[in-house]
Design a protein around this ligand. Sequence first.
Ligand code: TNX
Length: 454
Amino acid sequence: MRSYEKYGLIPQPVAIQAPVDSAAACPLRHTPHIRRRPEIPGLEDVALKSWQRDEAYRIDFLGTGPAIACTTLRGQRNAQALLKQIVSSGAQVQTGAWILDYPRYQWRGLSIDIVRHFFGVDTLKDIVELMASLRLNTLHLHLSDDQGWRIDIPDYPELVAASSSSAVGGDQGGYVSAQDWEELRTYAHARGVQLVPEVDVPGHTNAAKHAIVGLNSSGEVPHAYTGIEVGFSSLEWKAPQTQRFLGVIARTLARVSDGAVHIGGDESHATPEEEYAQIVTYMAARVRETGRAVVAWQESAHYLKPADYVQVWDERLDMTAVVEAARRGVQIIMSPGSRAYLDMKYNTEERLGLTWMGTTELRQSLEWDPATLIPGVSADAVAGVEATVWTETIRTPEELSYMLLPRLAALAEVAWTGSGVGQWDSFATRIAVAARSWEREGRRFHHSPGVIWP
Ligand code: TNX
């Protein structure tokens, strides 16, 4: 075990200097001394992007306690999250030690499907806490799908009235009110996590069409849906309410977003190509008008503009449009199904999860490099990494935790350090220490092979 591995740091910081063991221990429980300054000692000559400098920090372990140097509150929060991991590990740090750190990718996310099964603000807050501990900064919430509608839209009260109570398998639904959202947002901001709301169009819209007659050109609404098929529903460009609906959704989500609005665009197998282009183009334009950034799944890559984001999820599909988008200046978020889909089963024996991308153990979530995943997409075009969890089979907060952990920690390591290739041995040692904190916090996690769990 290398000396720093006993601290259970995840993600691994850029540089750690540990002095000889004979030095006196730093009193870790002293409130850290925090200094904001224009330059962080040790990073003066490192070429960093301005957002990286904002997130960077240095911790010196002194005889008087830890001292944090950072340029912004973001850096300070990152430092505090790391200090918390050290303290929870129970290990000592000698005076004279220091840590210098900054992230490789700016977008370090987790997306949660709260439609197939509903998870409310208390569960989401708990996940925000977990994210902050892993220095993740983006919580993307999937708020609409065939099975339900999960956010109150004041201009269309019928959405939650008619479509929020349903969920997969006839289970209980729910929705997030404006007040719930603000509560979650305040909580997330205090921990450095931004919220990205998603309403998925033009597919995955059975619940919207069930609630709003005017989204159906036939004038008849479809039945509520509680199965787990995908790709059968579609908005219709010519239906009387479609354009108004898209505009209202774009404006409402822009108001509750922290910078980006996700418009979906995936698996629209029931949408004719021409209508797909009309709807995605129209919706993206409505979002851009609000000043928010557009995010969409990879199928819509062809319709996105520079400064939009495209989220890659099925690396088996043809990547031509994604590569072209990246060349135009569209930023890429990497959520490859075989690595980042935390609803895939760990192994074939598991009760929970799906297998359309195979099974995914911890090591597979770790050992990949977003910069080389898609030939033709340059490292500079990659904005970051997002883990996703879809909840067709996941019904309780305990089950959700079990699917997230330990794999979310591997994705956080990739997003922060840039690549998990070659990191397994070190990671496996560190995660065994980190898992002791999860146990204390009552978080359920899967005991992936290759780790000596507590
Ligand atoms: C694909 S990923 C979907 C979701 C499913 C998920 C299940 C994506 C953009 N669409 O609708 O829930 O697979 O793993």
